[in-house]
Write a protein that binds this ligand. Structure first.
Ligand code: BTN
Length: 335
């Protein structure tokens, strides 16, 4: 049923009605099978209007993922990425972790129209509805051991922010690996690894970006969030249209470049470009750890990606596993 639902949704537009008869003919099924397939659309978070004698229309447009425009955006890097697109999956990270265990090569990438059990950092869930998020995972293999992967999530964040900026979204970064616009979270990165400390390591790089946020989805997320559509809207007008295909292709292209460089040099040479996009650079923050929180100024990031803060007693390092940050101004961001 889900497969047919996705197939029918792909044929629908938000601008005009498509008749049930046309859909039935296209998929060689009955009109009642079309009706049944579209009845479950609301379970996917999609509104479909239906009118007798006119057919079906989407409440909000969905730009489905499509290999051709993604490859166009990837340009020469297209041959480095083996991309599959699925309608629905529990988590692209879980799926690519399995593929990694079965020896899938570097560049294996899985993008999902929607995830049913998307995972975030620190055991959180990653919420998204059909067409509302860009969710994908990329497998990349490194040969210098897990210890050499310090700063990988920062490098990935830099690639994502650079791709967004190339397409006109003023993205910034929040250590260790959030993507922000206007201090609100646009997306996040979840990196999981397989392998040993010294030998070959497989990194599964999962990226989730809010593309369009419905009121109900926004209400489910317990932090200050934004989305691409909002970031491109000025005075109620969307400045230009960007598709999820453009965005996915551009991010993958930037990722290939940065991951190649990271494999050679690690994070160190990316430090300055990363700091230039760090939304918290030089700002006072609350550093929140298991033992409580304290105010400190963000002063630097080390060559291995460790954050350096100063609470009046000199520089001190913070690693991703230990602490998180909170802005101490009125426009507080929940992290
Ligand atoms: C975070 O900010 O907590 C990280 C969110 C990462 C979400 C992405 S969506 C694609 C991939 N699959 C998952 O289950 N999670 C990551």
């Amino acid at each position: 049923m889900r497969r047919l639902t996705f197939a029918c949704l792909r044929e629908l537009s938000a601008n005009h009605f498509t008749s049930g008869a046309d859909l039935a003919k296209k998929f060689a099924i009955s009109r009642s099978a079309v009706s049944d397939a579209l009845k479950v659309a609301d379970q996917l978070g999609v509104t479909v209007f239906s009118l007798t004698r006119r057919g079906y229309r989407l409440g909000t447009p969905i730009d489905f993922l499509d290999l051709d425009p993604i490859r166009t955006q990837l340009r020469a890097q297209s041959k480095r990425i083996n991309l599959s697109i699925v309608d629905s999956i529990d988590s692209t990270n879980s799926a690519v972790m399995l593929q990694a265990a079965l020896n899938a090569p570097t560049g294996t990438c899985l993008a999902a129209e929607m995830q049913t059990a998307g995972r975030g950092r620190r055991g959180r869930s990653w919420q998204s509805g059909l067409g509302m998020s860009l969710t994908f995972s990329l497998l990349w293999r490194f040969d210098k051991g897990a210890a050499a992967l310090g700063g990988l999530s920062l490098a990935v964040g830099l690639a994502v922010a650079n791709a967004l900026r190339e397409l006109g979204v003023p993205a910034e970064l929040k250590w260790p690996n959030d993507i922000l616009v206007d201090d609100k979270k646009l997306g996040g990165i979840l990196i999981e690894t397989q392998g040993d400390m010294l030998g070959p390591t497989a990194a599964v790089i999962g990226i989730g970006l809010n593309f369009r946020l419905s009121d109900s989805l926004r209400a489910e997320i317990d932090q200050s969030v934004t989305c691409i559509v909002e970031a491109l809207t000025d005075n109620g007008m969307q400045k230009f249209v960007m598709t999820r295909n453009d965005l996915l292709g551009a991010i993958l292209r930037h990722l290939v470049g940065i991951l190649d460089q990271f494999a050679e040099t690690g994070f160190a040479p990316m430090r300055d470009p990363w700091r230039a996009l760090h939304a918290f650079e030089g700002r006072m923050v609350d550093v929140i750890g298991p033992a409580g929180s304290y105010a400190a100024k963000v002063v630097d990031v080390a060559p291995d990606g460790t954050l350096l803060v100063d609470r009046g007693t000199g520089r001190e390092p913070i690693t991703a596993a230990e602490l998180s940050l909170r802005i101490t101004t009125k426009s507080a961001v929940r992290i």
